[in-house]
Ligand binder design. Structure first.
Ligand code: SF4
Length: 761
């Protein structure tokens, strides 16, 4: 059995030493890097070979990679690195790493072509001046071989340990049995669909109802697939902390049932929560946990891999014991973990760590995305960027003197855009060239300033810088999948000078073109949720590849568990709201008198909710009620939910699509019914109307993809709070005449049986 490793990964393991240093030398964007490489290679003679694939073996090690370029006429092998700023300030350990990579490529090339010697050239390309600095040295094949063997030798003990781990892991996984006596209804169907998708190497959309045990029902088959289909890793991604905790719980259950299974499971925490020194910058001169990071990493890595579970607390404990940064230790541990649990953004975001490591190392991965109905909105946010003029105005006064000019240039271009605009909102077909050029220039200047002032740290400037970099990066791939819009807060032209403010947004509305590559890079991706209908909406907007599978797991619940009533005599349309208050309050009162207990009532807005709650309280003062507040913190949310006691009585008023419309679990008589007085349709506004137009031209389904499907998805999620187990009984009132329409009812879960006669009609 051989162990395959990329040249870069090998050198990072064996040649990286000293401080962690995330100062930005070099600082080019990915696009600038690609263009820089292209410029350098275009300057070379005919016959110059680009992206030379190379591989070689040492014992069980198989080392592979692509050298940037080889000039056979001069017998010169080149490694090209783009940078910005002062090359002399580049940390020494970066340079050592670059040389190590080049020497390994040098050996692989000599061995492949029988060369006795060659010239190695590190080509540093300055993005700003477009000048090359070439550091070259001659090397003979024997020296390069010795270098290669020495580095492989340093890695081989680790590789052998990893091979032994993998063999033991896969043996145990092949023998692994489901950790419970039996599958729950529906759970086997879900597990089989996941395993089959992995066998076919395709992606899967799985609609699977609540309560069937989706975490274990997805992780178990993917672990079995890891052994059968040679998966290197499983990534379990979730939108919320609760989903990640359930996944870690499922892994623990599996591990308890198979004590010999050497499975390494790692939880990824966000930088904001994992960072121990938020007032410091990530380099050795500022943060003590970055100082000497690579010198102490080996000890921390070895200690971490002895632990049974690498959750956030465990990683932190090991990191602090070895005085290394917990956040960057977890990034390192991804390389050696079998299961990684984290937020969606670690794989799907524009600069996602799990995705880039997968690409770089050629890993074969299975990706599980829980509560995937959130993916459309989350992915749109990942590929959008927003800039607020107010923040730039403040920065022009507080930023270092040297940065004021470039920031002023951005400000001038921005103000010109505001002056040109007639109304409060404008959507543009193209990006404003002069503004984007000024922004790019400001980024370059800030990058240079940071390189020249290593000890300098200003959180506001850095915030602006990263945001502007993202804006620029999204600008490079701007197209039909996104809008560029400007919102002026005071209505535009005519306001007093200095009072105009605007927000610029590159707003992704169709994440499919971005996510497509993410799906393609994985062996299999399974998206699952209780609400993924209609599947074509998710497949189209998320860019699921051709040939993706779809499974609708039968619900374990019986129609008689849930009474579904439609109040078709009420309209909740905006213009009918006032008229709807009394009949809604009456319907709720009737239901409550008939069957007292705990209920949730959902409305489209706080305003609507308040009006119904006030009327209901006046007419039914004996019924306890409690309301969702705007911006509730965690303890307030917990207090709201704590009122749903077993055997309790009362009505919780909430807003659809908020904290209580999904992800809460109130089984048994903690919740016996729900009133849903809205179709959940997003507001009609200029942005949504733009989305509608684009969805119409892309899929011929503008209204459905913009309003109807996202709205009904929220309704079904909220209604899903009522029946959580096969012994639950409950009632749902869908309040609006449109719920009676066949096309709306077609979007409700198949196991629901809508009452033949409408309640209270
Ligand atoms: S502890 Fe915080 S500041 Fe220090 S290296 Fe880690 S993330 Fe950066």
């Amino acid at each position: 059995m051989s162990y395959t490793i990329a040249v870069r990964a090998l050198c990072e393991f064996t040649a990286k030493q000293g401080d962690l240093d995330l100062r930005f030398t070099p600082t080019p964007t990915a696009q600038e890097g690609i263009e820089g490489h292209a410029i350098v290679t275009s300057r070379r003679d005919d016959g110059y070979e680009r992206e030379v694939s190379l591989a070689g073996d040492f014992g069980p090690l198989h080392v592979r990679g692509r050298a940037d370029g080889y000039d056979p006429r001069q017998n010169q092998l080149e490694e090209i690195k783009t940078y910005r700023g002062d090359l002399a300030r580049q940390p020494a350990n970066h340079r050592i790493l670059h040389w190590a990579q080049l020497k390994v490529y040098g050996h692989l090339l000599c061995a492949a072509r029988g060369l006795p010697a060659l010239r190695l050239a590190l080509v540093y390309f300055d993005i700003g001046t477009q000048k090359e600095t070439v550091l070259a040295e001659d090397a003979d094949a024997a020296t390069l071989r010795a270098f290669f063997e020495e580095h492989c030798g340093r890695f081989i003990a680790w590789a052998e340990q990893e091979l032994a781990h993998r063999t033991a892991r896969d043996e145990q996984l092949r023998a692994l049995r489901f950790p419970h006596d039996d599958f729950r209804p529906g759970q086997r169907q879900l597990a089989e669909a996941m395993f089959k998708a992995s066998a076919r190497g395709c992606s899967l959309l799985a609609q699977a109802p609540t309560g069937i045990g989706k975490s274990i029902g997805s992780i178990f088959p993917m672990l079995k697939a890891s052994a059968e289909h040679c998966l290197d890793k499983v990534f379990f991604l979730a939108a919320k902390t609760s989903g990640r905790s359930m996944a870690l719980g499922a892994v623990e259950t599996i591990k308890r049932s198979a004590p010999l299974l050497p499975l390494r499971a790692l939880e990824l925490a966000a930088k904001t929560t994992a960072c121990e020194n938020p007032d410091k910058a990530c380099h050795g001169e500022s943060c003590p946990l970055a100082q000497g990071f690579y010198d102490r990493l080996a000890g921390a890595r070895a200690a971490a891999l002895q632990l049974p579970m690498l959750d956030r607390a465990a990683v932190r404990e090991v990191a602090l014991a070895h005085q290394v940064c917990p956040y960057y230790l977890q990034s390192e541990l991804v390389r050696w973990a079998d299961v990684v649990v984290g937020d969606y953004n670690y794989y799907f975001d524009i600069s996602a760590m799990l995705y880039s490591l997968t690409q770089m190392n050629g890993w074969k991965v299975g990706v599980l995305a829980d509560e995937a109905h959130n993916m459309v909105s989350r992915a749109r946010k990942m590929y959008s960027a927003e800039m607020d003029h107010v923040r730039l105005r403040v920065l022009r006064k507080t930023a270092p003197e040297a940065l004021r000019k470039p920031l002023d240039r951005v400000h001038r271009q921005w103000s010109a855009l505001e002056k040109e605009q007639e109304g409060a909102y404008a959507c543009h077909a193209a990006l404003p060239e002069k503004f984007m050029a000024a922004l790019q220039n400001a980024c370059s200047e800030i990058g240079d300033y940071m390189a020249e002032h290593p000890a300098w740290f200003d959180a506001d400037v850095l915030d602006f810088y990263f945001n502007a970099l993202l804006f620029g990066r999204l600008g490079e791939s701007f197209g039909e999948h996104s809008l560029f819009d400007i919102e002026i807060s005071d209505g535009g032209r005519g306001a007093a000078a200095g009072r105009v403010n605007s927000v610029l947004c590159i707003r992704n509305i169709l994440p499919a073109p971005f996510l497509k590559q993410r799906f393609e890079a994985a062996h299999t991706v399974a998206l699952f949720s209780a609400t993924l209908s209609p599947w074509n909406y998710y497949a189209d907007t998320l860019g699921m590849p051709e040939g993706s599978a779809w499974v609708d797991v039968a619900s374990p619940f019986e129609a008689q568990q849930l009474q579904v009533h439609i109040a078709s005599h009420i309209s909740t349309r905006y213009q009918h709201r006032e008229r709807s208050l009394a009949p809604i309050a009456a319907l709720m009162g009737e239901q409550y008198q008939r069957q007292p207990g705990n209920y949730l009532a959902f409305f489209s807005s706080f305003d609507y909710m308040e009006k119904v709650a006030e009327l209901f309280a006046a007419r039914h003062p004996d019924v306890p009620l409690w309301r969702q507040e705007r911006r509730m913190d965690e303890s307030a949310r917990d207090a709201f939910l704590a009122r749903f006691r077993t055997g309790g009585e009362g009505i919780g008023f909430a807003v659809l699509g908020g904290s209580f419309g999904e992800g809460i679990d109130l089984p048994g008589d903690r919740l016996i019914g729900a009133f849903i007085a809205t179709l959940g349709l997003p507001q009609i506004n200029p942005v949504n109307e733009q989305i509608k137009a684009r969805m119409e031209s892309a899929f011929g389904a503008g209204y459905d993809y913009t309003y109807l499907y996202p709205g009904l998805q929220k309704v079904v999620q909220a209604a899903g709070r009522v029946i959580r187990t096969t012994s639950d009984q409950g009632t749902i009132h869908l309040i609006d005449d449109r719920f009676a329409r066949p096309e709306i009812q077609a979007l409700l879960p198949a196991w629901w049986q809508v009452a033949a006669r409408n309640f209270s009609a």
